[in-house]
Ligand binder design. Structure first.
Ligand code: UDX
Ligand code: ADP
Length: 459
């Protein structure tokens, strides 16, 4: 018989909910972990051998517990009734309508989940916010839940997720820290202890931080804003490097060796993507505006604007260097995912760069090792010549240029001598991630345009 207290539900089987619950199930075999989602296709795929998301190591992790103490279902209501601890990991996209449109978080899915919890619950519950929410959201949720007329008590915890896609399994297994925010009541404290106990199955105690709810919510937004800010900072300098003889990789290396700055997240590129950075910064900006802090809002908003500039700059650099026209020229896109080792394309710079190139009447040949399904969906309905390839050597056939967008390792292992023979001449490579061997490509005959460093051209 399963101990009723040791039952966990996660509402939302996405990039966060799925992997996080798979890890908890694997590390806490005495808990029954259920993941529920209203999207029946998604649930069917979590129950199949073809998981809905690609993450290195995830298949094995899920297989380890699925059917034993890890279950995927569309029956959210039953899950609520049967579980003591309920994580909510539904999507909280940027609002597209009404007040705060374009910046504030759209909390409708969250609120729907909270109301459903309230309606279905027949006993006290601990509700854990896993989705990134604006500061003070937990308070609002707590109010909704406490408005129940059944005399039930709900405790709300904030437990933001810091995993990065592509390394989700490793990040979950060895997190830098786990953050748990709780209400400063005895009840809040008890609930927090319950969650600490779960993570303590595999995370050293000193890495489990407990704070008040608002600090926890704020820390999540600020972590992402600070990480994104480093990328925008280095990307802004890559533009300056291209105008001078400086080399952005040498600059990143030199400044990163200052232990106060540190070497991580200083890779210049085509811009940051992913579901979190832009959304969370805009959330922060909106909060600042609401609290009448326009200078603070403008400071953080610039991080997003710089990112848009970087994406645009990459596309414009292609056009300018291909004799000011890419009209009817085939450009092979290497990569569409927002980073390597994921099939996710949410907010991928590839989307914006594709649209800019299509606007210039280029013809696109897209190849990505894992993101083809999402690429097709993102560009569905886009007018223009777009082809999708399962084989990179087919994508480059007859192409005038290669635009490398994603830092997939396999791109460095291709036979560029063969690729050169398949392409139109002069052949161009725009390395938006600086992962290729530029000198070698140049010696093969390519005109090479790294990012943030001098071009290597034959004319
Ligand atoms: C991010 C945070 O890292 C994670 O803690 C949070 O939980 C969710 O948001 P994610 O978006 O999955 O994770 O990936 P991340 O590795 O942070 O990369 C985000 C984007 O920044 C990618 O497009 C990546 O290519 C880009 N990036 C990252 C750079 O351009 N340069 C860098 O130096 C690092
Ligand atoms: P994240 O990257 O934060 O995990 P995703 O968009 O990948 O976000 O996942 C969120 C999931 O939440 C989606 O699969 C969506 O179907 C699910 N979802 C949204 N609203 C509800 C709801 N009311 N009940 C159950 N699942 C929901």
């Amino acid at each position: 018989m399963m101990d009723q207290d040791k039952t966990i539900l996660c509402i939302g089987a996405g990039y966060v909910g799925g992997p996080t619950m798979a890890m908890i199930a694997a590390k806490c075999p005495e808990y029954k972990v259920t993941v529920a989602d209203i999207n029946a296709d998604r649930i069917a795929r979590w129950n199949s051998d073809r998981l809905p998301i690609y993450e290195p190591g995830l298949e094995q992790l899920v297989a380890q517990s699925r059917g034993r103490n890890l279950f995927f279902t569309t029956d959210v209501e039953k899950g609520i009734r049967e579980s003591k601890i309920i994580f909510v990991s539904v999507n909280t996209p940027t609002k597209t309508f009404g007040s705060g449109a374009g910046k504030a978080a759209d909390l409708q899915f969250w609120e729907k989940s909270a109301r459903l919890i309230m309606e279905c619950a027949t006993e006290d519950k601990i509700v854990v916010e896993k989705s990134t929410l604006p500061v003070r959201a937990a308070e609002a949720i707590h109010r909704i839940l406490q408005s129940n007329t059944k005399g039930l008590n709900f405790s709300v915890l904030s437990n933001p997720e810091f995993l990065a896609e592509g390394t989700a399994v490793a990040d979950l297994e060895h997190p830098d820290r786990v953050l748990i925010g709780s209400m400063t009541t005895p009840d809040g404290h008890d609930s927090m202890e319950r969650l600490v106990e779960i993570y303590a199955h595999w995370v050293p105690r000193e890495k489990i931080l407990t704070t008040n709810v608002w600090s926890s919510e704020m820390s999540k937004l600020v972590s992402n804003a600070m990480l994104a800010q480093r990328i925008s900072s280095i990307n802004s300098i890559s533009a300056l490097c291209e105008k001078t003889e400086a080399d952005i990789q040498e600059v990143s290396h030199a400044i990163g060796m200052d232990s106060r700055i540190g070497g991580k997240f200083l890779r210049a590129g085509v811009g940051f993507g992913g579901s979190c950075f832009k959304k969370d910064i805009l959330n922060l900006v909106y909060l600042c505006e609401c609290y009448n802090l326009p200078e603070v809002a403008a400071y953080w908003e610039q991080v997003v604007r710089m990112n848009e500039y970087q994406e645009r700059r990459f596309a414009e650099r292609i056009v300018k260097n291909m004799f000011n026209t890419v009209s009817n020229k085939r450009i092979a896109l290497f990569g569409f995912a927002f980073k390597a080792d994921t099939g996710d394309t949410r907010e991928s710079p590839a989307i914006h760069i594709s649209n800019l190139l299509i606007g210039e009447h280029a013809s696109l040949a897209i190849y990505d090792p894992k993101a083809m399904e999402n690429a097709r969906a993102d560009l569905a309905g886009t007018e223009g010549k777009i082809e999708y390839f399962e084989d990179p050597y087919e994508a480059v056939r007859g192409a005038h240029a290669i635009a490398l967008i994603t830092d997939w390792k396999e791109f460095t292992a291709y036979d560029y001598g063969k690729i050169f023979t398949l392409m139109e001449k002069p052949a161009f490579i725009f390395d938006g991630r600086n992962i290729l061997d530029h000198k070698r490509l140049y010696s093969i005959g390519f005109n090479v345009f790294p990012l943030g460093k001098p071009a290597l051209t034959h004319f």
